[in-house]
Design a protein around this ligand. Structure first.
Ligand code: SAM
Ligand code: DTB
Ligand code: SF4
Length: 332
């Protein structure tokens, strides 16, 4: 529950004063009120919260690699890797550990602090999990943090990953509870929450966020953020992805989200999850430098760094470092 009262902003306009939540519970109305703030007020609030919890300007970098691509049994409407859609994406078996390690070394060299490995699929097969466990322990030796995203896990699988030293497990809730069934039908939001719970119990940090730009509207974005912010505790890492409208997927024709609404989503994530890293994730390649700068202003303090995401391109690393220099951002 948020506490609200009316105060006069320095500019003289009346705006709701939304304090940080009591006992870390946020209700939808409180989150919608944040979205409804005048843009500059919202940005100001997000900066205040950001600076109270993080060093301003420091941005963490994670490099992503698809270690098993395509042919997925699930029907997530945004995903190029679902076998339900006709995206023409070639299916690739699990990448051998030595090749994954080569990519991890290159990521370390480029300055990334975390190496994230993504595998398509509803849940990992035993043979693949054993290989991923080997990858995690080898990559840890390079001095990189590790993150994997392998779909749904059972308790034993989560325990084994934790034992290998896995730092983060990525499992996005993707959209608001009310909108989930419009996006995926082969599993439920509750399935995703159950896996997150098992990951948390195993002692692995949680990376969970969502996608905006799938026609969810502001109410949908508020629902997504409420679900994340009310986790106890909220995910340590919160990726906010801008839909990459992949040809052949049901969401290919989605209308692009207004850039200011995208920045608003980042700001609301920052305010409601003050101690989480908020990652400006998919979609950066299509964003202007100015929109990215606004997102950093809004409290984003992490990016995917490297030429590729999973099946699509990412912003160029040289361009990223030029942008960091122009903005005085400090890569960590
Ligand atoms: N199969 C695993 C899973 O579903 O968790 C891991 C891979 S899945 C591709 C990881 C996340 O990537 C999704 O949950 C979604 O948030 C994001 N993603 C996938 N396709 C995307 C797209 N076209 N645009 C933006 N984000 C996307
Ligand atoms: C996340 O939230 N975004 C990443 C990562 N976690 C696994 C994936 C983005 C995928 C973008 C579309 C693609 O490259 O296939
Ligand atoms: Fe499969 Fe994950 Fe893509 Fe859904 S998001 S279709 S589970 S790879």
């Amino acid at each position: 529950m948020t506490s609200e009262s009316s105060i006069t902003s320095p500019a003289g306009t009346i705006r709701p004063a939304l304090t940080e939540p009591d006992k870390s519970r946020w209700n939808i109305a409180g989150i919608e009120a944040l979205f409804a703030l005048p843009f500059l007020d919202l940005m100001f609030r997000a900066q205040e919260v950001h600076r109270a919890h993080f060093k301003a300007g420091e941005v963490q970098r994670s490099t992503l690699l698809s270690i098993k691509t395509g042919g997925c049994s699930e029907d997530c409407g945004y995903c190029s890797q679902s076998a339900h859609h006709h995206t023409g994406l070639p299916r690739e078996a699990l990448m051998p550990p030595d090749k994954v390690l080569e990519h991890a070394r290159a990521a370390k060299e480029s300055g990334s602090s975390r190496f994230c490995m993504g595998a398509a699929g509803r849940s990992p097969k035993e043979k693949d999990l054993a290989a991923v466990i080997e990858m995690v322990s080898e990559i840890k030796k390079l001095g990189l943090e590790t993150c994997v995203t392998l779909g749904m896990l059972d308790e034993e699988q989560a325990r084994r990953l934790a034992e290998a030293g896995l730092d983060y497990y990525n499992h996005n809730i993707d959209t608001a509870p009310e909108y989930y069934g419009e996006v995926v039908t082969t599993h439920t939001l509750q399935d995703r929450l159950d896996t997150i719970e098992k990951v948390r119990k195993a002692g692995i940090s949680v990376c969970s966020g969502g996608i905006v730009g799938m026609g969810e509207g502001q109410a949908g974005r508020a629902g997504l953020i409420a679900q994340l912010a009310n986790m106890e505790p909220p995910p340590e890492s919160v990726p906010i992805n801008k839909l990459i409208a992949f040809p052949g997927t049901p969401f290919a024709g989605s209308e692009s989200i207004d850039p200011f609404d995208f920045a608003r989503t980042i700001a609301v994530a920052r305010i409601t999850m003050p101690t989480s890293f908020v990652r400006l994730s998919a979609g950066r390649e299509q964003m202007s430098d100015e929109l990215q700068a606004l997102c950093f202003m809004a409290g984003a303090n992490s990016i995917f760094y490297g030429e590729r995401l999973l099946t699509t391109g990412n912003a160029d690393t040289d361009a990223d470092m030029r942008l960091f220099a122009r903005l005085g951002l400090v890569p960590i």
